[in-house]
Ligand binder design. Structure first.
Ligand code: PLP
Length: 367
């Protein structure tokens, strides 16, 4: 595998700003008030809803990873909300994936529609069909959660821009080590760092990143005015977690690739979806657009009962929603109403030793 130069840069980023005697790891600053005599000054923290040095250390790391200024938010949905509320006005048209993570659709239906935004949806596998004329904002999720269909980011973001719209790419499932949406033309990157970026299933956070100064300023203003700010401790934990992201992501993708290869044609599976497999409908796009095929896969068993029995039988799979943690996790997505077969299991491959994980999954499938 080619080494990602950003992994080494990230680990030594803070070195550039350290004075003699400073801690190598950023301090955790718990503060609502800062010492502020006289007039406020740009760059000097004043009040905790606007500034926090621990957020800044985190945002510097996120910016180095995504290749653009970043802003931290208290969850992935808070980051997505910032991108949508900072860009949309009454009368604008918004396009969402019909089969991506469901909460943005609920948010749009419940709140954006009421403010006069016109909301439309399309399946990820046919996202470009119909073009992008007239859309103010287009949210792309690739791979889609949970179906793992892909969107050609460069083609779609180029078409959205040509039509005068703003493209937002959700990079949650890939992280910067798997996919670089801003290099492929996205205006805004959003991510839930609750998943692989933090990776230890112990916090919620999200972020946005953009190379557009006006969009960055609008999302920062949204954060300060709405109060949708991250907690400093969570920011500190995420900064710490980012230092091992490259290692964790590499193990998770290595294991997922090895496991998928062993599961091809397994008699207990009615379908197996993984972008790294030649049988995946968007495999050639995956090879072009993604540095690695990711750590998520879809396993379709014969029934809901067979799926539950498989999850319960595997000691190295925790039954849990969400994904991207060090522990492998799995769940039947139909239990949340996703449009997938009752026996469809979304498996998030963790950092367990690869051989032990494969042996445990194969044994659990045998029942
Ligand atoms: N985007 C995707 C692709 C997700 O899967 C999720 C959560 O599952 C989110 C965004 C929302 O993230 P959070 O739960 O941190 O708000």
């Amino acid at each position: 595998m080619t080494e990602d130069p950003d992994a080494a840069r990230l680990l030594h980023l803070r070195g550039a700003v350290l004075a003699k005697g400073d801690p190598l790891a950023p301090p955790l600053t718990l503060a609502s008030m800062f010492h502020l005599p006289g007039d406020p000054e740009p760059g000097v923290p004043g009040y905790g809803r606007g500034d926090n040095p621990t957020w800044e250390a985190l945002e510097a790391a996120l910016a180095a990873l995504d290749g653009a200024p970043a802003l931290a938010f208290p969850s992935g949905m808070a980051a997505i909300s910032a991108a949508l509320f900072a860009t949309l006005r009454a009368g604008d048209r918004l396009l969402l994936p019909s089969d991506g993570y469901y909460t943005p659709r609920v948010l749009a239906a419940r709140f954006l529609k009421a403010l006069g935004v016109r909301v439309e949806t399309r399946p990820t596998a046919r996202f470009a069909v119909g073009g992008f004329d007239g859309f103010r904002c287009v949210l792309i999720e690739t791979p889609s959660n949970p179906g793992l269909d892909l969107v050609d980011i460069a083609t779609v973001t180029g078409a959205v821009r040509a039509a005068g719209g703003i493209s937002v790419v959700d990079n949650t499932a890939m992280t910067a080590f798997g996919q670089r949406p801003l290099d492929l033309g996205a205006d805004i990157l959003v991510a839930s760092d609750t998943k692989a970026a933090s990776g230890h299933s112990d916090l919620l956070l999200g972020h946005v990143a953009t190379r557009d100064d006006a969009l960055l300023a609008a999302m920062r203003e949204w954060r300060t005015l709405s109060g949708s700010i991250p907690g400093p401790f969570e920011a500190w934990l995420l900064h710490r977690s980012l230092m091992t992201l490259e290692l964790r992501f590499a193990r998770m993708c290595d294991s997922a690739e090895a496991l998928a290869a062993r599961l091809v044609g397994h008699p207990k599976l009615e379908a197996l979806s993984y972008p790294g497999l030649a049988s995946h409908p968007h495999h050639s796009l995956a090879r072009r657009q993604m540095a690695r095929p990711g750590f998520l896969m879809g396993l379709t068993l014969a029934s809901a009962q067979a799926a539950e029995e498989f999850i319960a039988a595997c000691p190295l799979i925790a039954p849990a929603t969400s994904f991207g943690g060090v522990h492998s996790t799995a769940e039947r997505r139909a239990r949340w109403g996703d449009a997938v077969p009752p026996g469809f299991v979304r498996l998030s491959v963790g950092t367990e030793p690869t051989g032990a994980l494969i042996a445990a999954v194969l044994a659990a499938l045998e029942g």
